[in-house]
Design a binder for this molecule. Structure first.
Ligand code: BES
Ligand code: MN
Ligand code: ZN
Length: 503
């Protein structure tokens, strides 16, 4: 898909289609008004007849609009103007894209980017228009033997901006939107890939590919033998029940100065979580292929940062393993020693994410990280607490937590913070080791984070629980690519405030 920005009048576009917004009730947007005047009231006449009320998601395709150079005018209902939100903006863009695709316009000039979204500038609107477009065009059909592609698919989209001064801003926004979209696509592809194909070795190969595409990126990985040697008894307890060898996959991006402490992203990469000996019920167990959603999102954010060539150092560490029941699998009651030296009683083998993550959190100390952010589909409790709209955020450092919350707002990929008070730590007490790997039913998301916090004392750390946000179930089952946008935005913001300080 090709994107451009332009600043022009709607009637002068020699295009297959011009896209215009209509608010409820039958209220044309400013460009819409202009087009109506030029066409001697042609559009308002049609609206008056009741063909389009302007309700969100309504569409009306017009042909031969007088005094215009385009083949078609597509009217998109935007809902009530007062209620026009960020989410609404993205929804109507998606609606426009699917309609254009269905009606055979291979290129279009879209004026929806001129609509007023409260508190958002041209950069935001163009960037999110690109993201919404790319994400509504996403399909995962590489494993279908036949695919149905649109006969005349949309190929080129031009977003109009109000003034010529906004053109450079708009182009920059397209670049950012495209980079983030590629990151989201990678995250979705990895997460949707079935667990018989997407195993730890597959993830390692994908990382190697990224390294070969960018000069500033290097790949390395720990094999199981390395983990044993480093004393990663927690990670290995999860890995030992699977035929698939576990990997700790590392990508390093050097866009900043030599020796500058990196941002470090850690991802939970359980390519399948059966629960192990504490086996899960079979209903919807297939969805546990998404238990590498955290890994997928740090891959995606890493790719976006490398594409944007940002002036920072970044490390990605993916804890990749498969959790299976087996004669060699760990059992409830086993006590293992983590790389940090702390001992863990495994009371439930289904609380495996924290076991692979804790050793990874210890391992990344060697990068001397400035901040560490881990991303994990860690607890079912987080789905109960926050549902599908917000990721759970827990952190030992308030400024880092605030920066992530802000990045989530800007990216429209939000998180909500939960407390990490000491009082919750007691729930991990056991008579037989330094800690248990479960803390009982109350506050399950918090006690999981409490467990991780014991391995993250040496740096500023934040944990994102994406159990409710990483994928959708049901008819539209599929990965969401979250929180690639939030993470990338956090790093963009960081790079910007760094260069602001320097100049
Ligand atoms: N991967 C799951 C968490 C999960 C469950 C995410 C459902 C999304 C949907 C994790 O490994 C797990 O099984 N957690 C247990 C922890 C419990 C045993 C303390 C859970 O949440 O039930
Ligand atoms: Mn589990
Ligand atoms: Zn899991």
């Amino acid at each position: 898909m090709e994107f451009h920005v332009k600043s022009g009048s709607p009637e002068k576009q020699r295009s297959a289609c011009v896209v215009i917004g209509v608010f409820e009730p039958r209220k044309l947007s400013p460009v819409g008004e202009h087009l109506d005047q030029v066409s001697d009231g042609y559009i308002s006449n049609i609206l008056r007849r009741g063909d389009l009320e302007g309700k969100a998601g309504q569409v009306l395709l017009l042909h031969n609009v007088p005094n215009t150079l385009c083949d078609r005018v597509l009217l998109i209902g935007c809902g009530k103007e007062r209620e026009f939100s960020e989410t609404q903006y993205k929804r109507i863009i998606s609606k426009a894209i699917s309609t254009l695709n269905d009606t055979g316009s291979m290129e279009a000039v879209c004026f929806l980017s001129e609509l007023n979204v409260k508190g958002r500038d041209t950069h935001w609107k163009v960037k999110h228009a690109v993201e919404a477009t790319q994400s509504s065009l996403y399909t995962f059909d590489q494993l279908k033997s036949k695919t149905d592609t649109a006969r005349r698919p949309l190929r080129k989209l031009v977003f109009n901006v109000t003034t010529r001064r906004d053109l450079t801003l708009g182009e920059q926004a397209i670049c950012e939107g495209l980079a983030v979209s590629e990151g989201i696509k990678l995250a979705k592809d990895l997460a949707n890939m079935p667990p018989n194909i997407c195993h730890p070795t597959y993830l390692a190969e994908q990382a190697e590919k990224i390294a070969s595409d960018f000069e500033k990126v290097t790949y390395s990985a720990l094999e199981e033998a390395d983990m044993i040697e480093l004393g990663m008894g927690a990670f290995m307890a999860v890995a030992q029940g699977s035929e698939q060898p576990a990997k700790l996959i590392i990508l390093e991006y050097k866009g900043g100065e030599e020796g500058e402490s990196p941002v470090t992203l850690v991802g939970k990469g359980l390519t399948f979580d059966s629960g192990g000996i504490s086996i899960k019920p079979s209903e919807a167990m297939d969805e546990m292929k998404y238990d590498m959603g955290g890994a997928a999102s740090v891959f995606g954010a890493f790719l976006a940062v490398a594409k944007l060539d940002l002036p920072i150092n970044l490390v990605m560490a993916v804890a990749a393993a498969e959790n299976m029941p087996d004669g060699r699998a760990c059992r409830p009651g086993d006590v293992v020693t983590s790389m940090s030296g702390q001992t863990i009683e495994i009371l439930n083998t289904d609380a495996e994410g924290r076991l692979v993550l804790c050793d990874t959190l210890t391992y990344v100390e060697k990068f001397n990280p400035d901040v560490v952010i881990d991303v994990a589909t860690l607890t079912g409790a987080c789905v109960i607490a926050l549902g599908a709209h917000a990721s759970g955020l827990l952190s030992n450092h308030n400024p880092l937590a605030h920066d992530l919350l802000n990045a989530g707002e800007t990216a429209d990929d939000r998180a909500w913070r939960l407390p990490l008070w000491d009082e919750y730590q007691e729930q991990l007490n056991t008579n037989f080791a330094d800690m248990a790997n479960i803390g009982g039913r109350p506050a399950g998301t918090i006690t999981a984070a409490c467990f991780l916090s014991r391995y993250a004392k040496k740096y500023q750390w934040a944990h994102l629980d994406i159990a409710g946000t990483a994928w959708k179930g049901g008819k539209d089952k599929g990965a969401t690519g979250r929180p690639v946008s939030m993470l990338t935005q956090y790093i963009i913001d960081r790079a910007q405030s760094k260069s602001a300080k320097e100049s």
